[in-house]
Design a binder for this molecule. Structure first.
Ligand SMILES: NC(=O)c1ccc[n+]([C@@H]2O[C@H](COP(=O)([O-])OP(=O)(O)OC[C@H]3O[C@@H](n4cnc5c(N)ncnc54)[C@H](OP(=O)(O)O)[C@@H]3O)[C@@H](O)[C@H]2O)c1
Length: 389
């Protein structure tokens, strides 16, 4: 039995350990990034306390996660299906409930509003949701700067660049690598007739369905170029995409003196997730396998096929035009991808739809947040109308 003094000391140590833990909330805990983040946290022995978990439909998995990680709060589309944690909204999770860092790992436009709320509350962000910056990078990044909030990228390419950069003013260009997806060396005809299963069969990464289809059309790389422009305040002319099928070099930067610094690693999202949530510390964590140059043996690089992957060109153009164009592009693409996943359109029709809708788009130079949501809503409605015809 513990003596009274021993008991008090033990309690005191427990309180100190609890206070030292980084308090984290995860939006999208049931998704590909969210599940891997929980694996990372489990592997970091007691360095994190989970304050809130948020999911969409998958309440079976969410409840399993609640039982295991015991967050105080949780969110799901259906409040009545949450057990063992208090239901609060996504915005409330991003408010003052004692979180140090929020991992935004929901997919699509749903990430934007809670991210803004978190920034307004001075909470650091580990950002996986690229749509947030594509839609509103001009609002999100200055706001984060004003509030002194860190936005640490989770996307492996941006995480790589974040790790390589010491002084952004000395950087000549960013070099973003792309695996090329399942249709890299397939003909246009093969790509045109691709089934959903073929588009989802990514050769390197196991990700959510939406981002996997975006990787097949290379729209994902286009979204990443826009994301990089905002994260690192870099002109589009200084962001280069290079195809690298092995996905070992996660991205690189070239300094003004011609030196190129790259970050390498096996294709695993555990590393960038861990980097983002533990930044600026580094821990051993669940690193699955040691990196070996001799085992990898060769690394290939090539120019993207701009003809076949028109989306990349479209994303650069929308990024350069700025304002409401990326908002429209993102919304139309997302709806078209969902239509493809439901078997309603072919893979190439995603690209055609994005092009068609952008031609009809009425440009707004500096949209406010409300206007961004309005543009997004309208673009989606018009896309659905076009696709139903
Ligand atoms: N996967 C990757 O390797 C990777 C790499 C880099 C960047 N990203 C980015 O990270 C984000 C997430 O990607 P992912 O692959 O993890 O996607 P995913 O597997 O489809 O997961 C999406 C998550 O968002 C949740 N969600 C969807 N709609 C929601 C809503 N209305 N309210 C609350 N939660 C909602 C889902 O919940 P339910 O499943 O419960 O419905 C799920 O937890 C995307 O923006 C993607 O571009 C992903």
């Amino acid at each position: 039995m513990l003596s009274r003094t021993q008991f008090t000391v033990k309690n005191f140590i427990c309180i100190i350990i609890k206070l030292m833990k980084r308090k984290i909330s995860i939006l999208g805990s049931t998704g590909s990034i969210g599940r891997q983040a929980l694996e990372v946290i489990e592997g970091l022995d007691d360095k994190f306390e989970i304050i809130a978990l948020a999911a969409g439909h998958n309440t079976d998995l969410l409840n399993e996660q609640i039982r295991k990680f015991k967050p105080k709060y949780a969110y799901a589309d259906d409040e009545s299906k949450i057990f063992g944690a208090k239901y609060i909204t996504l915005d409330e999770i991003c408010s003052d409930i004692g979180t140090d860092i929020i991992l935004v790992a929901v997919s699509g436009k749903i990430g934007l509003k809670p991210t803004i709320t978190a920034i307004n509350n001075g909470i650091d962000i580990a950002l996986a949701n690229k749509e947030t910056l594509v839609m509103a990078g001009d609002i999100v990044m200055p706001l984060a700067k004003e509030k002194g909030v860190n936005i640490i990228p989770v996307d492996s390419e941006h995480c790589a660049i974040h790790q390589c950069i010491k002084d952004i003013s000395q950087v000549e260009k960013l070099i973003i690598t792309a695996s090329g997806g399942p249709f890299l060396h397939k003909s246009v005809t093969e790509m045109k007739n691709a089934t959903v299963e073929q588009a989802l069969a990514h050769p390197r990464w196991n990700m959510g369905r939406k981002i996997t289809v975006d990787s097949a059309t290379l729209m994902n790389k286009g979204l990443e170029v826009i994301e990089a422009h905002h994260l690192f305040a870099m002109d589009y002319d200084k962001i280069q995409v290079v195809v690298h099928p092995q996905s070992i070099v996660h991205s690189a930067i070239e300094y003004v003196d011609g030196s190129v610094i790259a970050q390498l690693g096996l294709p695993s999202m555990h590393i960038p997730i861990q980097y983002a949530i533990t930044y600026p510390e580094r821990y051993e964590g669940i690193k699955s396998k040691s990196f070996s140059f001799s085992e990898i043996a060769r690394l290939d690089f090539e120019e993207p096929d701009w003809e076949k992957f028109k989306t990349l060109h479209i994303a650069y153009e929308c990024g350069k035009l700025g304002g409401s164009y990326p908002v429209c592009m993102n919304a139309v693409n997302e709806e078209a991808v969902f239509a493809f996943l439901k078997g309603k359109i072919k893979l190439f029709e995603i690209i055609d739809t994005v092009e068609k809708m952008l031609e009809l788009h009425k440009f707004i130079q500096n949209p406010s947040l409300d206007e961004i949501f309005e543009i997004d809503k309208e673009a989606r409605a018009k896309t659905l109308e076009l696709l139903s015809n």
